[in-house]
Design a protein around this ligand. Structure first.
Ligand SMILES: [Zn+2]
Length: 222
């Protein structure tokens, strides 16, 4: 199993060079700078994309980076339990909902019953953001995009982020902290082929974050 080979490289390399960091994490506990709700998709690893260290980010990855609404009904709510721990006990100052291009969960939501494959859990889970599907299909229709066009998928992926951000605010202890200025919530979108991150702005649009090179002053013209 080549994951074990990777573990051995970690032990010889990163761990050896950062032993002190791991010892501090063990004795002082975690104080993550942010919580990220990302997708389980193997191509979108937030620790890799944001170049973070162990201890930096409290992470939840689920199908399609979804935040369910606040429903304290005694059922099994894994994502909500993680939110409660991060917000009420670790008091993270930021929550990021990180969506991405080519999301399989969002593709399933768009197909909705059209794949011919019944799922036990995926369809009910994706129905949490069913409004994202309706909004995306309506916008796509206006813009002349086919329901299965890449543009429609991107619209739905980004609407899914908006729906999850709205659901975050249904948790009373999140809404209170946001109101008090103790917690900020963010919607981000990662495009796999271009490696580009876009951020949802106050104008409700996603805009690409300039890479460092883009921000550097332009060379003098000849
Ligand atoms: Zn995904």
């Amino acid at each position: 199993m080549d994951l074990i080979d990777g573990y051995r490289r970690f032990r010889r390399g990163y761990y050896q060079s950062n032993k002190g960091h791991f010892e501090r994490l063990a004795t002082q506990g975690q104080r993550p700078r942010a919580m990220i709700i990302g997708c389980s998709d193997a191509r979108v690893d937030p620790a890799f994309t944001f170049d973070t260290e162990p201890g930096d980010v409290f992470m939840v990855r689920n199908v399609a980076n979804i935040v369910p609404p606040y429903m304290p009904d005694g059922d099994y709510h894994g994502t909500s339990a993680a939110l409660e721990f991060a917000v009420r006990f670790l008091e993270v100052p930021h929550i990021v909902v990180l969506g991405h291009a080519q999301c399989g969960g969002i593709a399933a939501l768009l197909r909705q019953g059209g794949s011919g494959v019944a799922t036990d859990f995926i369809e009910p889970w994706m129905s949490i953001v069913s409004t994202a599907r309706e909004t995306a299909l309506a916008i796509a229709h206006e813009c002349g995009h086919a329901p299965d066009a890449p543009e429609t998928h991107r619209l739905c992926e980004q609407e899914g982020i908006r729906a999850s951000l709205a659901n975050l605010l249904t948790f009373p202890w999140i809404a209170q902290r946001v109101e008090a200025g103790q917690l900020q919530i963010h919607g981000w979108y990662f495009d796999i082929p271009s490696g580009t991150l876009s951020v949802l702005g106050a104008d409700s649009r996603f805009a690409a974050v300039p890479a460092e090179d883009d921000a550097a002053p332009a060379p003098p013209s000849p």
